[in-house]
Design a protein around this ligand. Structure first.
Ligand SMILES: [Fe+2]
Length: 325
């Protein structure tokens, strides 16, 4: 009778088992799973996920990161950030399967060292006053409240606060996707900081609040909601959409096979996700996992940034969407 440790197990072992029940441990020992005898299904009718809708609040995070700043500076940490993880199993990093977000804070006089990595990143600036900027491949980009700045994969990037006030923003990255694809490369800058070669008035890597407003003004107004997709050809995994809602306006209730986050740039309201309601103010973020019906309802005039993995799903031909009836 075969056992897991039977040295005779090898080609031809099937000759000596007397039943399927005896065959299963042999198959398992040889690292085969019989397709008809899986512990878990591999196909299902429509998307489901262990990730749950989840909210993080700027006021709370700001208090906590300010406390961390008593001990952690940019000397000790490449970045002083608080990652917003979704408590799924032993996950302590990803907000959604393909995306992670983090609150990051830079104190006056601090410089976050330059590095580059295959994951794409972007930032939504929440609070920044004078002399705060990001440098991307030598190009200096101002960081002002409401700005969206891109640092596409493998671009050198570093952050500077030469002013007198703390600066805070939300980072969004596709690191969890890269973890799954195992295509991570990372490199610290050999000189820690990059030379600033130019300071352009406009850049394809920066969407200022005013740039967003100009784009929104030319978008159709659908029952008090204007939406515009930011053109980000340098980042092929992440879609960025800015929504502007008049007070009391609401976006249509819909779902699709992308995962997304909503961050409140200005204003406030509530995000309904699968029957849950999340009250959101400036700087708050809600993660909406795949295939969850969701709808934002504005209390006041509100601008939102939506960050999603939709390009990945579309590129691979997996994208579907539905509007609630
Ligand atoms: Fe980075």
């Amino acid at each position: 009778m075969p056992t897991m440790n039977n040295t005779r197990q090898g080609i031809g072992d099937a000759d000596i088992v007397q039943s399927l029940e005896q065959l299963y441990p042999v198959l398992n020992h040889k690292h085969y799973t019989p397709g008809w005898h899986k512990a878990r299904p591999s196909l299902w009718q429509e998307p489901h996920t262990p990730y749950t809708p989840r909210q993080w609040r700027y006021a709370e995070a700001r208090n906590l990161i300010d406390q961390a700043a008593r001990w952690i500076g940019t000397e000790q940490a490449e970045r002083r950030n608080l990652l917003m993880f979704n408590p799924v199993g032993d996950n302590d990093y990803a907000s959604l399967p393909n995306l992670v977000s983090a609150y990051q804070m830079l104190c006056p006089g601090e410089h976050a060292r330059a590095h580059r990595h295959t994951p794409n990143a972007l930032r939504l600036i929440l609070d920044a006053q004078e002399e705060v900027y990001t440098v991307v491949d030598g190009v200096q980009l101002p960081m002002e409240p409401g700005d969206v700045l891109l640092t596409p994969g493998w671009t050198w990037h570093s952050h500077f606060n030469n002013g007198k006030h703390d600066a805070c923003w939300i980072d969004f990255l596709d690191v969890p996707l890269v973890h799954r694809l195992e295509s991570m490369f990372f490199e610290p800058h050999p000189e820690h900081f990059q030379a600033v070669e130019e300071a352009p008035v406009t850049s394809l890597l920066r969407f200022s609040a005013a740039d967003q407003q100009a784009l929104l003004d030319s978008a159709p107004d659908v029952e008090g909601v204007r939406s515009v997709r930011l053109a980000t050809p340098s980042m092929r995994t992440i879609a960025l959409t800015v929504h502007q809602l008049q007070a009391k306006a609401s976006m249509p209730m819909r779902r699709d096979s992308a995962s997304r986050m909503f961050a409140v740039i200005t204003g406030g309201g509530r995000l309904q996700v699968d029957g849950e309601s999340f009250a959101c103010q400036r700087g708050d973020l809600v993660a909406v996992p795949i295939w969850k019906f969701h709808q934002f309802i504005a209390d006041t005039n509100t601008r939102l940034l939506q960050v999603s993995d939709e390009p990945v799903q579309k590129t691979l031909g997996f994208f579907r969407e539905e509007t609630a009836k």
